[in-house]
Design a protein around this ligand. Structure first.
Ligand code: BGC
Length: 251
């Protein structure tokens, strides 16, 4: 492949419920090295259907390095272990192998919030932060990443904590705010209960809040009443792609 990015430039791909987005990533600057390309997530979002989209995305992205792909579920050794917001046939599928076979490239898969956490620790809001950082992404679900002195403990599924007899993400994710038309204060009350629970369980030093809604952080973060510092993510919707590329380059 002849490319205009330096040889070995990694690619990050963010597989979400509505779109699959890809870009080459410059790991010196922690930013995209070219245009971002997006294709709608196929419905149903089966492994084969998503793998076909990856082939098209990689055709469009100008880089020849390793490929990292986020998955909105538990990923252990490439194998998907949960599928709350994607097709159930993902459970037990080896995402790294399915994507690698379809694309003919070296592909590593990891949880989407873990990718965002890695990116924020390397280039964003958690850069240089010691101790325990809990990164959460507020979107369709609640994703979480645990970082201790910048090192990731993968596959924390804190969005599925049971609080007051309910699955936390179904009550407090950004999708719940939209679905139930909550105002910022009503949503912040739910988030206070959520973050207080996590605070009691883990005693983190810092919460970082990502997901698309973090661009409105000033409207709801000050209303969350907890003791732990809580700050918005810096890389916003770039974090998954950047973290996936970073993970692929380290793998
Ligand atoms: C999944 C997590 C994922 C999060 C955000 C949750 O429903 O269980 O693995 O990180 O959604 O996509």
């Amino acid at each position: 492949m002849s490319t205009s990015t330096p040889s070995g430039t990694p690619i990050g791909i963010d597989f979400g419920g509505s779109g699959i987005k890809a870009a080459a990533v410059d790991l010196d600057t922690g930013d995209f090295a070219g245009e971002r390309t997006r294709i709608d997530t196929p419905q149903p979002s089966t492994p084969d259907a998503v793998a076909k989209v990856l082939v098209d995305l990689l055709d469009a992205v100008d880089a020849d390095g390793p490929v990292g792909v986020t998955v909105p579920g538990v990923v252990r050794g490439g194998v998907v272990g949960s599928a709350a917001n994607i097709d159930q046939s993902w459970i037990g599928a080896d995402a790294s192998a399915v994507f690698g076979t379809a694309t003919g490239r070296r592909v590593v898969a990891l949880n989407d919030a873990d990718a965002a956490g890695l990116a924020e620790a390397a280039f964003g809001a958690a850069r240089g932060q010691r101790g325990l950082v809990v990164m959460t992404t507020l979107g369709t679900g609640i994703g979480s990443a645990l970082l201790y002195d910048g090192a990731l403990v993968p596959n924390a599924e804190l969005g599925h904590l049971e609080i007051d007899g309910r699955n936390a993400e179904s009550h407090a994710a950004n999708s719940a705010r939209e679905r139930e038309d909550l105002d910022w204060a009503e949503w912040a009350d739910r988030l206070t209960v959520y973050y207080t629970t996590v605070e009691r369980l883990l005693s983190p030093d810092l919460f970082v809040v990502g997901g698309g809604v973090s661009k409105h952080a000033d409207k709801f973060l000050p209303l969350i009443k907890i003791d732990t510092p809580i700050i918005p993510a810096l890389l916003r919707n770039k974090a998954g792609i950047i973290g996936a590329a970073l993970h692929a380059s380290r793998a």
